[in-house]
Ligand binder design. Structure first.
Ligand SMILES: Nc1ncnc2c1ncn2[C@@H]1O[C@H](COP(=O)(O)OP(=O)(O)OP(=O)(O)O)[C@@H](O)[C@H]1O
Length: 232
């Protein structure tokens, strides 16, 4: 989490290996990124970028099947099972034959999410040290869809998949994340247990706004921005 331009996507690009850090290193399952064979890494780790541009005509099913390319020598039939599971998971089970370019922005976002889900799908459903890097996966989504995607992300984490998510909605982060990293101007403001990281003081120092943390009747916490002009 962090304000616009604070370095969230840059950090995700470093974690995915798209950018090389000037210092420090990235390891997956204890092995430096550079030591991984590209196709082994593609079977272990999937990345959902902030914007995915598709420049050619393609059906939804074929686009999601791109996530299975690292497994092209795998078990026959697994590709279809992975694509069907991923589309069902994002609520687009009947969209397989639709043209990707005729979908709404939110539907496209869910198809792209299904592509990365298909990439890390495994027949036994176990985590197996898999990693999902998601840059604003709830972009363009209505409230019900946001909740559905965040619940799914949480389920994946509960199955043992390491999920790193860039989020703008701090209430979503409070509800679904275990730990957090708050950035400001490329520097870490706070890191650790999510409820400690998203304290009003840390949020004020990163975002330069005053906030209150409200607890609803279900015990869920919400971050509310205080409008200083009205308060004054
Ligand atoms: N390829 C690049 N070359 C130079 N500067 C870049 C590049 N990509 C991003 N930046 C700069 O690095 C800073 C961090 O960008 P980044 O995209 O990581 O921010 P972010 O926290 O993901 O922002 P947002 O919430 O707006 O998506 C910004 O000031 C941006 O202008």
């Amino acid at each position: 989490m962090g304000p616009n331009g604070s370095g969230k996507s840059t950090l995700l690009n470093v974690l995915s290996g798209d950018l090389w850090p000037h210092s420090g290193s990235v390891e997956i399952a204890g092995r430096p990124l550079a030591a991984w064979d590209a196709s082994d890494l593609a079977m272990r780790r999937a990345v959902l970028p902030q914007n995915s541009h598709v420049a050619f005509p393609i059906t939804v099913g074929d686009l999601v099947a791109i996530g299975r390319l690292p497994y092209r020598h795998g078990r026959p039939g697994s590709e279809r099972a992975a694509v069907a599971w991923a589309l069902e998971a994002v609520g687009l089970g009947s969209f397989s034959h639709r043209s990707y370019h005729r979908l709404s922005g939110g539907e496209r976002q869910r198809v792209q999410f299904a592509r990365v889900l298909a990439q890390i799908w495994s027949p036994d459903g176990a985590g197996n040290d898999r990693v999902l890097l998601l840059d604003e996966p709830t972009n363009n989504l209505d409230p019900a869809q946001r909740l559905g995607i965040m619940r799914l992300v949480r389920q994946l984490a509960d199955q043992g998949i390491a999920v790193v998510v860039v989020l703008h909605d701090l209430s979503e982060a409070l509800r679904f994340a275990d730990s957090g990293l708050l950035l400001h101007c490329g520097k870490v403001v706070a890191q650790g247990v999510i409820t400690d990281v998203l304290s009003p003081a840390h949020i004020a120092s990163a975002f330069e706004v005053e906030v209150g943390i409200l607890t609803d009747q279900q015990g869920l916490r919400h971050v509310a921005v205080v409008d200083q002009r009205r308060a004054g």
